[in-house]
Design a protein around this ligand. Structure first.
Ligand code: IMP
Ligand code: MG
Length: 172
Protein backbone atom coordinates (compact mmCIF):
# COMPACT_ATOMS: atom_id res chain seq x y z
CA UNK A 1 0.00 0.00 0.00
CA UNK A 2 1.36 3.40 -0.95
CA UNK A 3 1.65 6.25 1.52
CA UNK A 4 -1.65 8.01 1.45
CA UNK A 5 -2.93 10.97 3.39
CA UNK A 6 -6.53 11.81 4.24
CA UNK A 7 -7.71 15.06 2.63
CA UNK A 8 -11.44 15.05 3.40
CA UNK A 9 -12.76 12.90 6.23
CA UNK A 10 -15.70 10.53 6.09
CA UNK A 11 -17.52 12.77 8.55
CA UNK A 12 -16.96 15.97 6.53
CA UNK A 13 -18.08 14.19 3.36
CA UNK A 14 -21.27 12.97 5.02
CA UNK A 15 -22.08 16.44 6.37
CA UNK A 16 -21.50 18.22 3.08
CA UNK A 17 -23.37 15.62 1.03
CA UNK A 18 -26.40 16.07 3.27
CA UNK A 19 -26.20 19.85 2.81
CA UNK A 20 -26.08 19.47 -0.97
CA UNK A 21 -29.13 17.20 -0.84
CA UNK A 22 -31.02 19.78 1.22
CA UNK A 23 -30.18 22.44 -1.33
CA UNK A 24 -31.39 20.21 -4.19
CA UNK A 25 -34.57 19.34 -2.24
CA UNK A 26 -35.30 23.05 -1.86
CA UNK A 27 -34.36 24.11 -5.41
CA UNK A 28 -36.37 21.35 -7.14
CA UNK A 29 -39.31 21.20 -4.75
CA UNK A 30 -42.40 19.73 -6.42
CA UNK A 31 -40.49 18.78 -9.58
CA UNK A 32 -39.61 15.47 -11.20
CA UNK A 33 -35.88 15.19 -11.77
CA UNK A 34 -33.64 12.77 -13.66
CA UNK A 35 -30.36 12.21 -11.81
CA UNK A 36 -27.59 11.22 -14.23
CA UNK A 37 -24.60 9.61 -12.50
CA UNK A 38 -21.29 9.70 -14.37
CA UNK A 39 -19.65 6.28 -14.07
CA UNK A 40 -17.64 5.11 -12.39
CA UNK A 41 -16.35 7.79 -10.05
CA UNK A 42 -19.65 9.37 -8.99
CA UNK A 43 -21.29 6.11 -7.85
CA UNK A 44 -20.45 6.49 -4.15
CA UNK A 45 -21.33 10.20 -4.09
CA UNK A 46 -24.69 9.64 -5.78
CA UNK A 47 -25.51 6.67 -3.57
CA UNK A 48 -25.02 8.79 -0.44
CA UNK A 49 -26.60 11.93 -1.91
CA UNK A 50 -29.78 10.31 -3.19
CA UNK A 51 -30.61 8.77 0.15
CA UNK A 52 -31.24 12.31 1.43
CA UNK A 53 -33.30 13.33 -1.61
CA UNK A 54 -37.03 13.73 -1.05
CA UNK A 55 -37.86 14.65 -4.65
CA UNK A 56 -39.53 12.49 -7.29
CA UNK A 57 -36.34 11.24 -8.98
CA UNK A 58 -35.30 8.59 -11.46
CA UNK A 59 -31.67 7.58 -11.89
CA UNK A 60 -29.64 7.07 -15.03
CA UNK A 61 -25.99 6.18 -15.62
CA UNK A 62 -23.61 7.40 -18.28
CA UNK A 63 -19.95 6.56 -18.80
CA UNK A 64 -17.31 8.82 -20.23
CA UNK A 65 -13.68 7.89 -20.74
CA UNK A 66 -11.45 10.93 -20.43
CA UNK A 67 -8.42 9.92 -18.43
CA UNK A 68 -5.61 7.47 -18.82
CA UNK A 69 -3.83 7.00 -15.50
CA UNK A 70 -3.35 10.37 -13.77
CA UNK A 71 -2.87 12.44 -16.91
CA UNK A 72 -5.65 13.92 -18.98
CA UNK A 73 -5.36 12.56 -22.51
CA UNK A 74 -7.55 15.37 -23.80
CA UNK A 75 -9.59 12.72 -25.56
CA UNK A 76 -13.14 12.18 -24.47
CA UNK A 77 -15.28 9.26 -25.48
CA UNK A 78 -18.83 8.20 -24.70
CA UNK A 79 -18.70 4.62 -23.41
CA UNK A 80 -22.30 4.28 -22.23
CA UNK A 81 -25.27 6.55 -22.89
CA UNK A 82 -28.31 7.07 -20.68
CA UNK A 83 -31.25 4.77 -21.39
CA UNK A 84 -34.25 7.10 -21.29
CA UNK A 85 -35.68 10.03 -23.20
CA UNK A 86 -34.89 13.25 -21.31
CA UNK A 87 -36.74 15.61 -23.67
CA UNK A 88 -38.42 18.33 -21.58
CA UNK A 89 -37.11 16.77 -18.36
CA UNK A 90 -35.13 18.50 -15.62
CA UNK A 91 -31.77 16.81 -15.31
CA UNK A 92 -29.15 16.91 -12.57
CA UNK A 93 -25.79 15.43 -13.56
CA UNK A 94 -23.86 13.97 -10.63
CA UNK A 95 -20.07 13.97 -11.04
CA UNK A 96 -17.16 13.16 -8.74
CA UNK A 97 -14.71 15.91 -9.73
CA UNK A 98 -14.25 18.74 -12.22
CA UNK A 99 -10.69 19.50 -13.26
CA UNK A 100 -10.10 21.01 -16.74
CA UNK A 101 -13.87 21.00 -17.32
CA UNK A 102 -13.56 19.11 -20.62
CA UNK A 103 -15.61 16.14 -19.42
CA UNK A 104 -18.60 18.21 -18.31
CA UNK A 105 -18.38 20.29 -21.49
CA UNK A 106 -18.67 17.07 -23.51
CA UNK A 107 -21.51 15.78 -21.32
CA UNK A 108 -23.38 19.07 -21.61
CA UNK A 109 -23.19 19.09 -25.40
CA UNK A 110 -24.25 15.44 -25.55
CA UNK A 111 -27.22 15.80 -23.19
CA UNK A 112 -28.38 19.22 -24.44
CA UNK A 113 -28.82 17.65 -27.90
CA UNK A 114 -31.56 15.47 -26.34
CA UNK A 115 -33.68 18.56 -25.58
CA UNK A 116 -34.03 18.54 -21.78
CA UNK A 117 -35.89 21.36 -20.02
CA UNK A 118 -32.80 22.06 -17.92
CA UNK A 119 -29.47 20.57 -16.89
CA UNK A 120 -27.69 21.37 -13.62
CA UNK A 121 -24.31 20.01 -12.54
CA UNK A 122 -23.68 18.72 -9.03
CA UNK A 123 -20.02 17.96 -8.44
CA UNK A 124 -18.45 16.69 -5.23
CA UNK A 125 -14.97 18.15 -5.80
CA UNK A 126 -13.83 21.21 -7.73
CA UNK A 127 -10.14 21.53 -8.66
CA UNK A 128 -10.35 24.95 -10.38
CA UNK A 129 -6.65 25.57 -11.12
CA UNK A 130 -6.54 23.85 -14.53
CA UNK A 131 -10.03 24.89 -15.73
CA UNK A 132 -10.11 25.56 -19.48
CA UNK A 133 -11.75 28.57 -21.09
CA UNK A 134 -15.34 28.17 -22.17
CA UNK A 135 -16.03 25.36 -19.72
CA UNK A 136 -19.08 25.48 -17.53
CA UNK A 137 -18.92 25.81 -13.79
CA UNK A 138 -20.97 23.43 -11.64
CA UNK A 139 -24.18 24.72 -10.05
CA UNK A 140 -23.57 22.66 -6.90
CA UNK A 141 -20.10 21.95 -5.48
CA UNK A 142 -19.18 19.95 -2.38
CA UNK A 143 -15.58 21.04 -1.80
CA UNK A 144 -13.02 23.16 -3.64
CA UNK A 145 -9.65 21.40 -3.47
CA UNK A 146 -6.02 22.31 -4.24
CA UNK A 147 -4.44 21.06 -7.47
CA UNK A 148 -3.57 17.51 -6.41
CA UNK A 149 -4.58 14.10 -7.66
CA UNK A 150 -7.16 12.72 -5.23
CA UNK A 151 -8.90 9.37 -4.86
CA UNK A 152 -11.20 7.40 -2.60
CA UNK A 153 -14.96 7.81 -2.05
CA UNK A 154 -15.55 6.50 -5.58
CA UNK A 155 -12.54 8.12 -7.27
CA UNK A 156 -9.71 5.90 -8.41
CA UNK A 157 -5.95 5.95 -8.54
CA UNK A 158 -5.01 3.64 -11.42
CA UNK A 159 -8.31 1.84 -10.99
CA UNK A 160 -7.82 1.26 -7.28
CA UNK A 161 -8.85 2.78 -3.92
CA UNK A 162 -12.46 3.57 -4.93
CA UNK A 163 -13.65 1.88 -1.73
CA UNK A 164 -11.89 4.25 0.67
CA UNK A 165 -14.55 5.99 2.78
CA UNK A 166 -12.62 9.30 2.68
CA UNK A 167 -10.88 11.44 0.03
CA UNK A 168 -7.14 10.82 -0.04
CA UNK A 169 -4.00 12.02 -1.81
CA UNK A 170 -0.52 10.58 -2.09
CA UNK A 171 2.01 11.89 0.38
CA UNK A 172 4.54 14.12 -1.35
P1 IMP B 1 -11.80 17.05 -16.52
O1 IMP B 1 -12.41 16.57 -17.81
O2 IMP B 1 -10.39 17.50 -16.72
O3 IMP B 1 -12.65 18.09 -15.82
O4 IMP B 1 -11.66 15.80 -15.58
C1 IMP B 1 -12.74 15.22 -14.95
C2 IMP B 1 -12.66 13.73 -14.93
O5 IMP B 1 -11.32 13.28 -14.75
C3 IMP B 1 -13.45 13.17 -13.77
O6 IMP B 1 -14.62 12.58 -14.26
C4 IMP B 1 -12.54 12.12 -13.18
O7 IMP B 1 -12.90 10.87 -13.72
C5 IMP B 1 -11.18 12.44 -13.66
N1 IMP B 1 -10.35 13.12 -12.64
C6 IMP B 1 -9.91 14.40 -12.67
N2 IMP B 1 -9.14 14.70 -11.61
C7 IMP B 1 -9.11 13.57 -10.87
C8 IMP B 1 -8.49 13.24 -9.60
O8 IMP B 1 -7.80 14.04 -8.92
N3 IMP B 1 -8.70 11.98 -9.16
C9 IMP B 1 -9.44 11.06 -9.83
N4 IMP B 1 -10.03 11.33 -11.00
C10 IMP B 1 -9.87 12.57 -11.52
MG1 MG C 1 -14.81 10.58 -14.61
Amino acid sequence: MENIVEMISQRDLAGRVEELAKQLNADFEGQQVVFVCLLKGAVVFMADLMRHIKLDITTEYMEIASYSSNQSTGEIQLKKDIGVDIADKDVVVIEDIIDTGATLKFVDKHLMAKGPASIKYCVLLDNPVRRQEGCLNPHYTGFTIPNRYVFGYGLDHDGKYRQLPYIAALTV
